[in-house]
Write a protein that binds this ligand. Sequence first.
Ligand code: NDP
Length: 412
Amino acid sequence: MHKIADGIETRLDELAEYESRDTGKPLSLAKTVDIPRAVTNFRFFADLVLEHETEEILDGQGSVNRIIRQPLGIVGCISPWNLPLYLFTWKIAPAIAAGNCVIGKPSELTPYTAFKLGEICQEAELPDGVLNIVQGTGMNTGSAIVAHPKIKAVSFTGGTKTGEAISREAAPQFKKLSLELGGKNPNIIFADCDFTSMLETTIRSSFSNQGEICLCGSRIFVEESIYDTFRNAFIKRTQSLNVGDPNDEKTDMGALISKGHLEKVTGYIDLAKEEGGTILIGGENADVNGRCNDGYFFEPTVIDGLNADCRTNQEEIFGPVVSLIPFSSEDEVIAMANSTQYGLSATIWTENTTKADRVAGKLDSGVVWVNCWMVRDLRTPFGGMKNSGVGREGSLEALDFFTEQKNICRIQ
Ligand code: NDP
């Protein structure tokens, strides 16, 4: 696995170019986030599995219970288009580390780095058959993986509706399922926060990767007393973002993944207007000249004037669109933050750690960031509550998922 990581690292620039070309994301982002994380995924699980110990329980009256973990056999890994190699390897690495063979399917919209990973694994002399990368659409290839009786577990990241379909298909065969699904994450800003640090990070948590990260904070709740100050500063900072050619180093936001997705995002802007929202900035396709003239670029968009319970604030848009909502009390913001079907991640901004802990404890979110965003220690469990998913990825949770425990009891 370290040899695979070496192979990805050696070809980092090349892989970043493919990733940027497939997704439309800035090349700089692919170089600094997507591909380095794929390297880390392999190294992390290669090391973690060595620390995994067999547990023994002695009852003191002569019996010894030895609990071993065995690989499941063949497992399926299905990943989405927004962080292609990053999320593909996040599943494949623990599956292989745990001793399984993998049938992996990337999104048909972003197949290329997965294809290249196959070559890298061959160069690293991964035995034939350990990793099998199949390309094809979700309806054909994806559902064939889920339905196949020899595939004992499916690790899936993607939309909540697809997660539902996969659950239905897998249930009669009692397959193990790990589902990482959609989100509509709250970003809660209290008046006593470090404003400068909050503003910079909130720009990132709103618009990184064109807002196409499941962890982006698309509902920004701002304490009433600083609402106007925040709104003005946030609009000004948003204005300074460059939407442009992904190859240009000055580009902050590239293109959306597809025409269909651009239409979906545009549809939500129309809905926001119908629901009485005000588009404070953005809301239109972005003009990018030159070789990207026909690309699916969309302006970073900030909306206000909408209730927390309208569709725009309840449904996942998965684009560069955020909605600002004022709040006046902790209880009110917690109720609004928890009001969606989702529960993936949340961010809290305050200098009061007691308040941060109190609010974090009441949020329906698998991950809560305080005064930061997307800071990841891979030893921590990752996943969502409610319709954002089932199970946790990362760390020992992933090794648990990809193995079956067996208790061997003997009398001494
Ligand atoms: P989809 O659910 O459409 O697709 C995800 C993957 O599943 C793709 O490889 C897709 O194939 C495949 N697929 C589609 N239908 C089926 C099916 N019936 N059976 C098996 N596989 C299928 O999601 P998107 O690719 O559109 O990704 C965006 C979604 O992913 C967002 O909702 C986002 O929130 C979520 N996401 C969640 C994350 C998390 O950690 N919770 C992280 C990143 C994204 P194909 O594309 O080839 O048709």
